[in-house]
Design a protein around this ligand. Structure first.
Ligand code: ADP
Length: 192
């Protein structure tokens, strides 16, 4: 089974993806994690994306599609979870084409629904907690970048909700509950 987790920053995509990895032996493909790893490694691509990410803007479709293309060559185990990808209609089309090339299907798109006040609060709390614990704080977990990330989401990513609804792939889940409740709702949506 291959699935997309769709939702604004702070909706809990990463948290739920890691639980699906454990429970269903799936492979999490988080473009955000891949881009942060590129930045940490100091590669040329990492240098190109660092400022864009810190501002809260999207990196180019070309870069993220390239990252995903590479990962689709690897082991798929129980299937791929696309986390933070696709984020634009061009990325969604590219993903469809890449999966088709490999004879794979997209089995579900789970939309995690949350309200914006919760998002901002969650992300700023995450940054505060990390700072208090002496852990690194993401360069884009501040109010200014967060505003841009949310705006990018609404302008460029939220149209994917309609896109996948029209394709018949969309399942919407309330992302506001406890982690385990959301997890159960996702399972029900996938297996039901
Ligand atoms: P969040 O969902 O919390 O905003 P991510 O870790 O998914 O965070 O992404 C962090 C940043 O990485 C984004 O703000 C963007 O700059 C970049 N990024 C991640 N995935 C993509 C993508 N699919 N397309 C373009 N940029 C991306």
């Amino acid at each position: 089974m291959n699935l997309i987790l769709l939702g604004p920053p702070g909706a809990g995509k990463g948290t739920q993806a890691s639980m699906l990895v454990q429970e269903r032996d799936m492979i999490q493909l988080s473009t955000g994690d891949m881009l942060r790893a590129a930045k940490e490694s100091g590669s040329e691509m990492g240098k190109i994306v660092a400022d864009v990410m810190a501002r809260g803007d999207l990196v180019t479709d070309e870069i993220v599609i390239g990252l995903i293309r590479e990962k689709l060559e690897g082991d798929k185990k129980g299937g791929f979870i696309f986390d933070g990808f696709p984020r634009t209609l061009a990325q969604a089309d590219a993903l469809g084409a890449l999966l088709a090339e490999k004879g794979e299907t997209l089995d579900a798109v789970i939309e995690l629904q949350v309200n914006d006040d919760v998002l901002v609060e969650r992300i700023l709390n995450r940054a505060k907690e990390a700072a208090a614990a002496g852990q690194p704080v993401r360069a884009d977990d501040n109010e200014e970048s967060l505003k841009i990330r949310l705006m990018e989401y609404y302008k460029k990513t939220s149209p994917l909700i309609g896109y996948y609804y029209a394709k018949g792939d969309l399942k919407s889940v309330d992302g506001l509950g406890e982690i385990d409740t959301v997890k159960a709702d996702i399972s029900a949506a996938l297996d039901g």
